[in-house]
Write a protein that binds this ligand. Sequence first.
Ligand SMILES: Cc1ncc(COP(=O)(O)O)c(C=O)c1O
Length: 362
Amino acid sequence: MITIPAAKPIIGDDERAAVDRVLQSGMLAQGSEVAAFESEFSEVVAGRHCMAVNSGTSALHMALLAAGVGSGDEVIVPSFTFAATANSVVLAGATPVFADIDDFFCLDPAAVERAISTRTRAIMPVHLYGHPASMDRLSAIAATRGLLLFEDAAQAHAAAFGGTPVGAHGIAAAFSFYPTKNMTSGEGGMVVTADEGVARQVRLLRNQGQEIRYRNEIVGFNTRMTDIHAAIGRVQLAKLGGWTTQRRANAAALDVGLRNVVIPKVAPGATHVYHQYTIRVPGHDRDAFAEQLNGRGIGTGVFYPVPNHELPSLARYAKGVDLPRTSAAAAECLSLPVHPSLSPQDLDRIIEAVNTVAKAGA
Ligand SMILES: Cc1ncc(COP(=O)(O)O)c(C=O)c1O
């Protein structure tokens, strides 16, 4: 029995040819491929400035620093996310404040309002699993309370809220091109902003603080993307639209076929791109449920078994924090394969296996 993997990066001859072209050119570091990738990516984020960096984590980190978030500032983040979200806040010298999630696994605007203090500087929702956070309400809160709004769009390339693409809602956003994401560059990230000043600051920060060589203006990092990675990213970006359509079609088939589990909800106004297709299995032992599926050749993922506010690395920022919806999601969530390489037979196998295990009561 062949196992259907939970995620599958799709790398073909086009990607190999693009890498070869760069290798043959002898120009490997940040150069014309990065510039082309940035301008092409700009088309999926409503024409905003795009700055490629070496990871999604760097993109979040550079975005926060460039917008002036730092020591003494609080940034409201979800706890139900990958640790990179809160890590970037800590790396910028600020303090993450964890707030609970809504029915869509994203930051709950009402919980954000409750978490605001005199030190709050910014809100950073995560478009988790490819589902956009409630950007209408979060934008309204940010505007009324004078807060910066950042988007962690690491998992949500080409998702949209209210017809506006993710990445085009706040002061700045960060995307990831890690191999299992909806598109990859090997490793990589993109900072997106409409603000000229933030864009320039990111360009400086990623390159040792220099725009002109050896005329360093500020203390910066080396978080540049290489032309090798950008070349892969450009090929993948051209395929993103087709892959997204396929992911959404796969999710629709799962929605129709699955029984006795909680299928993912989609908020009004949201365009979900299904980086993950995440069900909930309340009343079941989730890990036993996953094992049963794995035994039937269905790969699964749990994102995330331990919420950020309970991690040894971040718990110090969460004293006295109670996030019941986050804890319930961490115990019940289970991601099924939804990637564009699934065949109709694969989808049938996934549906049959999940329905059998759900009925048997794992
Ligand atoms: C929600 C979220 N934020 C940030 C990141 C960080 O991205 P990267 O792994 O490219 O550093 C990831 C991905 O891994 C992520 O899923």
